[in-house]
Design a binder for this molecule. Structure first.
Ligand code: ZN
Length: 236
């Protein structure tokens, strides 16, 4: 039996299960284990673990073994490399997927996808997996992932933008929120038969999704949506 103490820094305790914001956790472990497994057992998936430092000031790797009496200060990930900024949302994060697509980010989402499929697809397609399920994020094969704990889709999207430094890479209305296809402008004459007459009378600019052929235009609701996207990108 080993006893270690984890000092979860800077809000990381919010991610730990049953911690209620208290950062210091004493863990009793039945046998030798890695730093990664010891922290994950407290409810923090490895994708959220930043720097780990022992009480002597030495950095610890996630695969290093823990020793009895260890006191480990654990910092959260602050900024992560977005790579190509391609995402994969778990089945419960449909609203987040639609928002990220509206911000122009390539975001896959299938409501019935199960854990193994999400993990495999994230790896095969080099997508960052976004999920609220700790069990999914603890899977060893998941390297690029983020735990989404907020219930509000706007705050979820703002957290993703912050973590991956995406504000300047957004292309609002660049992708179809329904299917993730690329959206581009189309000549009004080519879609005239699909435009409601009252809309056609006052609008000349239309867009269409390359994948599902959904027609879009900048109706009155777009002003409010644009302001909402700006707030997400500003992190407010
Ligand atoms: Zn579409």
């Amino acid at each position: 039996m080993l006893t270690i103490t984890l000092d979860l820094k800077d809000g990381l305790a919010r991610l730990a299960t049953g911690q209620r914001g208290c950062g210091r956790v004493v863990r009793r472990l039945p046998g030798p284990t890695s730093v990664k497994d010891a922290i994950e057992a407290a409810g923090v998936p490895h994708c959220e673990i930043g720097r780990v430092v022992d009480d002597g000031g030495g950095a610890r790797g996630l695969e290093a073994p823990v020793a009895d009496g260890d006191v480990l200060a654990v910092s959260p990930v602050r900024q992560a490399d977005p790579g190509d900024a391609r995402f994969l949302c778990d089945g419960h994060l449909g609203a987040l997927a639609r928002l990220l697509r509206t911000l122009g980010f390539d975001t896959a989402w299938r409501p019935q996808a199960h854990e193994a499929e999400i993990a495999r697809r994230g790896l095969n397609e080099d997508r960052i997996v976004l999920s609220g399920h700790r069990a999914l994020l603890k899977r060893r094969e998941l390297v690029r992932a983020m735990l989404v704990i907020d219930d509000d889709p706007d705050r979820q999207a703002a957290a993703v933008v912050r973590r991956y430094g995406l504000a300047s890479r957004a292309r609002p209305f660049g992708r179809c929120p329904r299917c993730n296809g690329l959206v581009s402008e189309v000549a009004k004459a080519d879609v005239a038969h699909r435009i409601p007459p009252r809309t056609a009378a006052w609008l000349d600019v239309y867009y269409v999704c390359a994948d599902c052929d959904q027609l879009y235009w900048e109706g009155t609701h777009v002003t409010a949506l644009r302001a909402r996207l700006d707030r997400i990108l500003d992190g407010t």
